[in-house]
Each structure stands twice: as structure tokens, then as C-alpha cells.
Design a protein around this ligand. Structure first.
Ligand SMILES: Nc1ncnc2c1ncn2[C@@H]1O[C@H](COP(=O)(O)OP(=O)(O)OP(=O)(O)O)[C@@H](O)[C@H]1O
Ligand SMILES: [Mg+2]
Length: 400
């Protein structure tokens, strides 16, 4: 009863024109419903789409066109005749049906107690996945030949093929936008890093070198004017500034690369970060994990910025840092940095006129960008008076 059958050439051409056209096929399904109604001499035809997320069928197209009240009909997948066709992918023929759902009855144009005969066929793709259900109905009692059912099914297969193609195109275009988004995030992460290096160099190294040059000039003048004591003072000041510039340059470079991280791994890197802020008690509980290098670096930077934020803004007495693996269907690594400081109102972080010129802030934005690049999730929980907790979760490759 379900085998393929030869379709009249004219009908095949008309259906191919409808399902083969450009753009989303959904907009042309009402035309298909009308064509099938006329071809089978039926009272109407409904194409039910499948909403897999909600496990429901919805009215994708109908002939005659549905009214506002009936177009919103939703049927549970797997229940009722149409729902079963969608779930099982097997055609169903009903010779004398009386659907109970009042909206469904209205959609079929049934008066009270009026029976309906229906052919419901799945719109299958070549891999036998059901993409929609095509249901042709007669508001009378009617028998169907095997050829009619096979014909309806062959036509529905053309719809299934097209819907599968549209879904594949949509998926490809979603991947493309995700990829473009990733490129944009990468570029802005690089920009943020550049700005940070520029700021470090500007505030530290170049300031020190400018003063150093000033003192050396003063020393030069003092030497030509035979004021050796003043010249000595200037040279000593210049010496100190040279030391400072050297330290600042090293700090800017260390901001780009962490030798501890490179040599000892993330857990040791976090311990070393904790020791670098003697003004706070930083408790670290870090599991020794074998992480991809780029994941370790990102988490290290997030911990570094979170601790710096706690030092700069929170007035906290203590900070805790936790690093652990999260096992489950999707293995991940979790980093938590929390402080017991004053917290802040997340909604108030943006600049408001009257605050003075906004200062560039890279910290929280940079953290989000880093995590986004790794396909992870970063959450910041904070409220005034109750401390701040930063949580970063990064998915790990599944081990075979
Ligand atoms: N742990 C924290 N406790 C209290 N306030 C915080 C904390 N972390 C962030 N904030 C608030 O959020 C703001 C934004 O933080 P962000 O790290 O983005 O910028 P910043 O630290 O001010 O500057 P930058 O990180 O660029 O040097 C901070 O200015 C501060 O008001
Ligand atoms: Mg910061």
C-alpha cells in the first residue's frame, strides 16, 4: 500500500514547481495544499509541520486557508492519528473518523456529528525521517484505493526532501554566522589584549623613560656648569628610573606570558597568583588537571583578573579560588573565584553622564570574550554587600 507509484506528469510538474522554487518552501505550502485538494477531489488538505523542541505538530499550511482561531492548532506528537503518523512515519487511512479536538474539527470544517475520511501521509526524506504530515480529507464517508494512498505518499516525499534540504541550508547558515561571530570575538579579544599592552607600556615604561631622559639632561647641564653634586643626584635619579622602566617592561611582558603556567601548569599557576597578592588571604583548591594549553591560559587570565578586581574594588578580606573537573555527559572544567567583599550592582557598571569621562574597562569584558572563544560560559554573581563570585565553565574534549 505504501510503495512508490507513478505520478501523472502534469501533477508531478506542478508539485515540483511548488516545492522546487527558491526561498523557504513553507510560504508555498498553501498552494500545494490547494493543488492536492483539487487533484484528489477532496474537501481540503492540511500540512502539519513538526516542532521537535515542543514535541508538537502545528498547522503549517491548509486549504481552504485556516481561520485565526484554527491556525494556532497544536497536536501532541505521537497522539491522535496525525500525531502517530508524524511519530511512526507510517501512513494512516481513516474512513469514518470523528476527531474529538474541537479546534481540529473546526479546521476540518466539520459540523457536529459529521464524520470525516482522511489520508494522512508522512513527508519523509530519503533517510526516512518525517519532516511533516500531509493530510487530505473528505467530509463524507469514503474508501481509498492503494494507488491513491501511494500517490499521496510519493507527493509527500517530495515535500520531505525539500524540507530536509531547507533544514540543511539553515544549519549551514547558522554555522556560518556562529563562525563569523567567533572571528569577531577573536579579533576583539586580540584588540583588548593590544589595548592592555599599550596601556601597560604607556603608564609604566614610557613615563619612566621620559623622566629618565629629563634627569639625564639636567645632569648634563649640571656637569657643563660644574655642579657635580647636582649632576650626581640627577644621575642617581636616572638610575632609579632605569630600574623602574626595566621592572615595568618585565611586568608588561609577564602579562602576555606566564612562565609559571608554562612550566608548572594551571594549579601551580593559581597558587603562585595567590601568593602575588599578600594584602589578601587567597585560598586555592585546584585539582591537577591535564588541560589543553589554550584552556589553561584562558582560565589563568580569568583568575588573575578576578583576583585583581577583588584587590582593587571589593575591600574583601578573603578570596577563594577553586578549579575542578566536572564529569558527566559533557565533561568540562570549572573555575570559581569568589570574594567576601562589598560586591557591586551588575546593572550599574555602565557609564552614566555626570560620573566624569568613562574609563576604559577591559576586565569583565575580556573575561567574557575569552570564555566565549572556548565555547564556555562565564557568570558573574554579585550584589552590593554580599561579595562577588565569578564562575567559568569550559567544555573539554570527550575522551574515547
Ligand atoms: N570583585 C569585585 N568587587 C566589587 N566590584 C567589582 C568587582 N569586580 C568588578 N567590580 C566592579 O565592576 C567594574 C568593572 O570591572 P572590570 O574588571 O571590567 O574593570 P576595572 O577593574 O574597573 O578596570 P580594568 O579591569 O580594565 O583594569 C569595576 O570597576 C568595579 O566597579
Ligand atoms: Mg578589572
Amino acid at each position: 500500500m505504501t510503495g512508490p507509484t507513478a505520478l501523472p506528469a502534469e501533477l508531478l510538474a506542478a508539485v515540483t514547481r511548488i516545492v522546487g522554487g527558491g526561498g523557504a518552501v513553507e510560504t508555498r505550502l498553501p498552494e500545494l495544499a490547494r493543488l492536492l485538494t483539487e487533484h484528489f477531489g477532496a474537501d481540503g488538505c492540511i500540512v502539519y509541520g513538526i516542532d521537535s523542541a515542543a514535541d508538537e505538530l502545528y498547522v503549517s499550511a491548509a486549504h481552504p486557508p485556516p481561520g485565526d482561531d484554527t491556525a494556532t492548532l497544536r497536536l501532541p506528537l505521537g497522539f491522535g492519528v496525525t500525531g502517530r503518523v508524524a511519530a511512526d512515519g507510517i501512513p494512516v487511512v481513516l474512513v469514518d473518523d470523528e476527531p474529538r479536538n474541537a479546534v481540529h474539527r473546526a479546521l476540518l470544517g466539520l459540523a457536529d456529528g459529521q464524520p470525516v475520511s482522511r489520508v494522512c501521509v508522512p513527508a519523509l526524506s530519503p533517510d526516512d525521517r518525517t519532516w511533516a504530515v500531509v493530510a487530505i480529507h473528505w467530509r463524507t464517508r469514503r474508501d481509498f484505493s492503494q494507488a491513491e494512498v501511494a500517490q499521496a505518499q510519493s507527493l509527500a516525499r517530495l515535500v520531505g526532501l525539500r524540507l530536509q534540504r531547507d533544514a540543511a541550508l539553515r544549519e549551514a547558515s547558522e554555522h556560518r554566522s556562529a563562525w563569523e561571530g567567533l572571528v569577531a570575538v577573536t579579533v576583539s579579544a586580540q584588540e583588548a589584549e593590544r589595548r592592555r599592552v599599550a596601556a601597560d607600556l604607556h603608564d609604566g615604561v614610557t613615563q619612566a623613560i621620559a623622566s629618565l631622559a629629563f634627569h639625564l639632561s639636567a645632569a648634563e647641564v649640571a656637569l657643563t656648569e660644574s655642579e657635580p653634586e647636582f649632576a650626581l643626584e640627577q644621575v642617581q635619579a636616572a638610575q632609579q628610573l632605569a630600574d623602574l622602566a626595566f621592572t615595568e617592561a618585565r611586568t608588561a611582558i609577564a602579562g602576555l606570558r606566564s612562565p609559571v603556567l608554562d612550566d608548572l601548569g594551571l594549579a601551580a599557576g593559581l597558587e603562585s597568583l595567590a601568593r602575588s597578592v599578600p594584602q589578601l588571604v587567597v585560598r586555592v583548591e585546584a585539582a591537577d588537571l591535564d588541560l589543553p594549553e589554550h584552556v589553561a591560559t584562558a582560565l589563568y587570565r580569568i583568575a588573575q583578573e578576578s583576583i585583581q578586581n577583588a584587590v582593587k574594588h571589593s575591600g574583601a578580606a578573603a578570596v577563594f579560588v577553586r578549579l575542578d573537573r566536572v564529569d558527566g555527559a559533557e565533561p568540562a572544567v570549572l573555575l570559581v573565584v569568589g570574594d567576601d567583599g562589598r560586591g557591586f550592582d551588575l546593572s550599574q557598571r555602565s557609564y552614566t553622564p555626570g560620573d566624569g569621562p568613562p574609563e576604559p574597562r577591559y576586565g569583565l569584558v575580556g573575561m567574557h570574550e575569552r570564555i566565549q572563544l572556548l565555547g564556555g560560559r562565564l557568570t558573574v554573581e554579585s550584589s552590593v554587600g554580599s561579595g562577588t563570585t565569578v564562575r567559568a565553565v569550559v567544555p573539554l574534549p570527550v575522551e574515547d
